[in-house]
Design a protein around this ligand. Structure first.
Ligand code: SF4
Length: 243
């Protein structure tokens, strides 16, 4: 990828490896070929990572992505949506529309109540929000109640609170690209937790976690707000590899 960090793209190779020679020629045959590989946990986990990596590698290579809620966090929602479409029998237009509308609404609530800007709130405002959007959307698509959707968004956001933004070299590559895989998996976990829980017993509301995210954003040192003045950005010399 461009920028000088010499970060390699991984999604295409991972796609090839996971396909294991199964042929495909378009989107439909691609999704069918993925399904044909089974539903082993590690296999699904690899695919969710692959979906997220692909989007953010495209973003880091000056390609076109759909901002959701930002470009740096644009891989989370498509990764979770593809998890739903491919591994949860979710290839139904109505369900996909419900997924997108729910994600949009949660993003809007978070933007109005806090921020979706890393420059204001660190990465909790980007990956955290995208994960919350995806968690609620997946819960809706899986047949959860409205309160379970809100609970899923709350859980996903709660476990991103305080996440800093410290991109190495100011490039949206490290930690950003992998971080989308984490946001996607947390969204799926949050959705499952909400689907298996009665919201009546929740101790933390979505409103409370949004307020907490905003309070944390205001307290956060500017070094961790997209300035590349702290964290990984100063601890990883540009001439060294990330690992
Ligand atoms: S670390 Fe910063 S630039 Fe990277 S995804 Fe998070 S908010 Fe965006």
């Amino acid at each position: 990828m461009p920028g000088g960090l010499l970060v390699n793209r991984r999604a295409a190779d991972l796609n090839k490896k996971l396909m294991n020679g199964r042929p495909y020629s378009d989107y439909e045959t691609w999704t069918d070929a993925i399904r044909a590989g089974g539903n082993d946990f590690k296999y699904i986990l690899d695919w969710v990572s692959c979906f997220a990596l692909a989007v953010n590698e495209e973003n880091a290579s000056f390609g076109r992505v759909v901002t959701a809620p930002t470009n740096g966090a644009a891989g989370v929602i498509p990764a979770v949506l593809h998890y739903f479409i491919i591994f949860c029998n979710g290839n139904q237009n109505e369900k996909i529309i419900q997924f997108m509308l729910t994600a949009s609404e949660i993003g809007s609530i978070m933007k109005k109540g806090a921020t979706i800007s890393a420059a204001m709130g660190g990465c909790q405002a980007e990956i955290g929000v995208s994960s919350a959007m995806a968690a609620a959307a997946l819960t809706e698509a899986m047949g959860g109640t409205q309160r379970q959707c809100l609970m899923a968004a709350e859980i996903a956001m709660e476990h991103h609170l305080g996440l800093t933004c410290d991109p190495i070299g100011g490039l949206v590559q490290i930690p950003c690209i992998e971080r989308n895989t984490m946001g996607a998996i947390k969204a799926i976990t949050a959705s499952q937790l909400a689907l298996q829980t009665a919201p009546d017993f929740a101790k933390v509301s979505l409103d409370a976690v949004i307020q907490t995210m905003w309070d944390t954003a205001k307290d956060m040192n500017n070094k961790y707000k997209e300035t590349s003045d702290g964290g990984l950005a100063v601890n990883i010399p540009l001439s060294l590899s990330e690992c």
